[in-house]
Design a protein around this ligand. Structure first.
Ligand code: ADP
Ligand code: TRP
Length: 330
């Protein structure tokens, strides 16, 4: 079993990233069947983030920020491998090789590509198009079997399976077909200002960022949109806003949705929102305290990343040798 995931350094992480991805990484690390020997691989995927407009002067800070978020959330660098994608050059190399067996038609179908092309009309570059192949390279380079991500990434993992199958058929059995592992409730956290849109860095007003102050969190929850009616009831079709807030409450508190509904049975949206704010603030407090420690010691974080890259490189080199042999390059 090999578990691998990654997040782009494109800005401060929000509770959607945390509840959809990082929280389950920490749970995996703390689960009974966690393999201490192999651990998990968590990457800061900087090469992916070059596919949209960015400020080169900010890049190093953004990379370090995501690494600190991983660590502050509780990912233990002694048990896992944490590193920066561009530090292991084999990612770009394998990506090229895999591009030569990836059909254009498959890439054209990718919803993230379609969305991002609409959002960045001035900068639809070839990297944005080939983005899912680089992700496939990240995954296959380590012969990954499980990819814990939010559900918006499932399509990319599905494509990775197809690329693996194609490679194996053409050049001989090499890669396992990785599976997506979604958060148990299949959660997609929606924006607080528009429950029909996913919470995303690109719409900051609708996000609760992991680094938001208590006051900001309370304010954002207080002003979050709600649905008509007064009942606190989970119903994604008729009450998308309240359902989203219930999901957030459930994932942070561990309480089941029926239990939360019952607790707020004869109470209004105001009480529910205060309760939700308490739960979110409580949970983010520990994260924020941890993060402060790492912010004070960026050298330690850099050291962790260097050591991680060294560990990853070893595996990456082995896979590349096998791949190149099979493809007739050596
Ligand atoms: P963003 O859309 O904010 O730029 P990313 O695309 O960088 O977020 O996503 C990083 C990780 O967080 C991925 O695994 C993704 O599935 C997960 N994720 C992002 N937004 C959400 C969300 N609103 N709900 C659940 N998971 C999410
Ligand atoms: N594409 C993912 C996202 O937008 C990030 C990513 C890159 C990734 N490489 C990966 C996730 C490998 C899992 C495994 O969130």
């Amino acid at each position: 079993m090999r578990i691998l995931s990654g997040i782009q350094p494109t800005g401060t992480l929000h509770i959607g990233n945390y509840l959809g991805a990082i929280k389950q990484w920490v749970e995996l690390q703390n689960s009974k069947n966690f393999d201490e020997k192999t651990g998990c691989i968590f990457i800061v995927v900087d090469l992916h983030s070059l596919t949209v407009d960015y400020d080169p002067k900010q890049m190093q800070k953004m990379i370090l920020d995501v690494a600190m978020d991983y660590l502050a959330a509780g990912i233990d660098p002694k048990k896992n491998t944490i590193f920066v994608q561009s530090h292991v050059k084999e990612h770009a190399e394998l990506s090229w090789l895999l591009q030569t067996i990836t059909p254009m038609g498959e890439l054209e179908r990718m919803t993230q590509y379609k969305d991002k092309s609409k959002q960045n009309k001035e900068n639809i570059n070839a990297g944005l198009f080939a983005y899912p192949v680089l992700m496939a390279a990240d995954i296959l380079l380590y012969k990954t079997t499980i990819v814990p991500v939010g559900d918006d990434q499932a399509q990319h993992v599905e494509l990775t399976r197809e690329i693996a199958r194609k490679f194996n058929n053409k050049f001989g059995q090499t890669f396992p077909e990785p599976k997506t592992q979604l958060q148990k409730s299949g959660a997609r956290i929606m924006s607080l200002t528009n429950p029909m849109q996913k919470m995303s860095k690109s719409i900051p007003q609708g996000c609760i960022f992991l680094t938001d102050s208590e006051q900001t969190i309370r304010e954002k929850i207080k002003t979050a949109v709600t649905d008509s009616g007064k009942e606190i009831k989970f119903n994604e079709t008729n009450k998308p806003a309240i359902s989203n807030l219930l999901t957030i409450y459930h994932l942070f508190s561990g309480k089941s949705i029926p239990e939360i509904e019952k607790n707020y049975e004869n109470k209004g949206y105001g009480d529910f929102k205060t309760g939700l704010a308490d739960v979110v603030v409580d949970n983010l407090r520990k994260f924020q305290e941890n993060r402060k420690k790492f912010e004070k010691d960026p050298e330690l974080v850099k050291k962790i990343l260097t050591q991680g890259a060294k560990k990853a490189q070893k595996i990456a080199e082995e896979t590349m040798e096998e791949v190149k042999k099979k493809m007739g390059l050596i």
